[in-house]
Design a protein around this ligand. Structure first.
Ligand code: SR1
Ligand code: MG
Length: 418
């Protein structure tokens, strides 16, 4: 079927043409369609049989422009191909934490998938101060499995390179290269600022030559390190949760890049939430300590559990395959050392990338509601300064942190946990 942009009126007729939908909907006469997308790029609809609300799907369609900005910013709708391929691969590796795909069409640039209507977007839930005891366990499992099993530590030389080739996602990588690694650090028309930030606040980043050099290094690493299949945009708006389950959604930015980029995205977002709750918990009428402690504990656990699970995947694979990669005289010790230095390098990358993800959310085009929705602009500016201070230290010192606990201590130094 040739591409056409669906809308509230045409969507049900389209679904009726799909055999795959006949196994989901017992009846097409009572379908309710709601537009639910509040993302930056695409249109998202929820379709439910009002006679049996268990019969429900989500349809996501890409349009040939950036939804956030409009038709003045064209963006190939073929980006949906990457989302489809990534959802399929991630679902194969980690089915408990990735929605099921029921139907996908590259021609129509759309995917019909599991409706996570018993789940909510994590960012909104964190803004409201909700706890998710299994979050760290689930996110660390997703990271360990998707990153290890798509890397050269697991795949054979040919499969890995074929995967790299399939996931050359030029246009969406370019958005990240601009919006995460370039525009926020210079005067650029895509930037916008809280008016309460002073020139000094902005120059704290814009006029720091050392910082700009290290950000350029992170950008280069992002562009040239085809290490594993990344989600590519794993901020807390790309995670859906309830108390029992966690799903990673929206992998349209998927490509082969450095593992630390996905890990840094999650960690950087949680630090921003931590800073925002120095104020937000008061708005909620609570003492800030408990919730902010949970955010920091969750951050620590995500890294520590990721490292442990990644290590388990690797050692299990080595035992099963008896790969001679490290068949030195003292094979086991060398293998242990290789794992240790690899995880140390992934950790410093995650810190550096997490920092860039934090700075871009203060100065750049797409902000985070945790901070940008704070109405009191003076309070918002205080939080933004904390984020900038933390991020600058993170990216410059990224190789000098020896544990996640040390990084968490830095957050506590900048904004005491009281
Ligand atoms: C124009 S797209 C802006 C941002 O939204 C996505 O979620 C990515 O983070 C991208 O940088
Ligand atoms: Mg997204």
């Amino acid at each position: 079927m040739a591409y056409q942009q669906l809308n509230l009126q045409t969507l049900v007729d389209f679904l009726k043409t799909l055999d795959e939908m006949k196994t989901i909907f017992s009846d097409f006469n009572h379908l309710e369609v709601k537009e639910v997308g509040d993302g930056n790029l695409n249109f998202v609809y929820m379709i439910t049989n009002t006679q049996n609300t268990e019969e429900t799907v989500v349809l996501k369609q890409a349009v040939p422009y950036v939804r956030l900005v409009g038709e003045s910013w064209p963006l190939p709708r073929e980006r949906m191909n990457f989302e489809i391929m990534a959802l399929e691969k991630e679902n194969e590796l980690c089915p408990k934490h990735v929605p099921d795909v029921y139907y996908a069409s590259k021609e129509m640039s759309l995917v019909v998938m599991q409706n996570l209507n018993k789940h909510r977007v994590l960012r909104g839930e964190i803004i409201q101060g909700k706890y998710f005891p299994l979050l760290a366990d689930h996110v660390s499992t997703f990271l360990a499995k998707t990153l290890f099993y798509t890397s050269d530590w697991y795949l054979d030389y040919r499969s890995k390179k074929e995967m790299v080739g399939k996931f050359i996602n030029i246009d969406l990588c370019n958005i990240t290269e601009d919006l995460v690694f370039t525009d926020p650090y210079e005067k650029n028309e895509t930037n916008s600022y809280n008016p309460k930030l002073t020139k000094e606040d902005i120059n704290f980043i814009h006029e720091d030559r050392d910082l700009k050099v290290v950000v350029a290094q992170m950008k280069y690493k992002f562009m040239n390190n085809a290490e594993a299949l990344l989600h590519g945009d794993l901020h807390i708006g790309s995670i859906m949760v309830n108390e029992e389950e966690t799903y990673m959604i929206d992998p349209e930015f998927a490509f082969y890049g450095p593992m630390g980029f996905d890990i840094g995205a999650v960690i950087g977002n949680l630090f921003m939430s931590y800073f925002s709750h120095s104020y937000r918990q008061k708005l909620l009428g609570r003492k800030p300590y408990a919730y902010r402690k949970w955010l920091l504990d969750t951050t620590e656990k995500i890294w520590n559990e990721f490292a442990r699970k990644f290590d388990v995947c690797w050692t299990e694979h080595q035992e099963a395959s008896n790969n001679l990669y490290w068949d030195y005289t003292e094979g086991k010790e060398h293998f242990a050392h290789l794992r240790e230095v690899t995880l140390k390098r992934i950790f410093s990358d995650a810190i550096g990338f997490g920092a860039c993800k934090m700075m871009r959310r203060i100065f750049g085009l797409a902000k985070v509601a945790d901070i940008a929705d704070i109405q009191d602009l003076d309070e918002r500016a205080k939080i933004e300064r904390m984020v900038l201070q933390m991020a600058k230290e993170m990216v410059i010192q990224r190789e000098n942190f020896s544990s996640i606990e040390e990084l968490v201590d830095l957050a506590k130094e900048i904004s005491p946990l009281i």
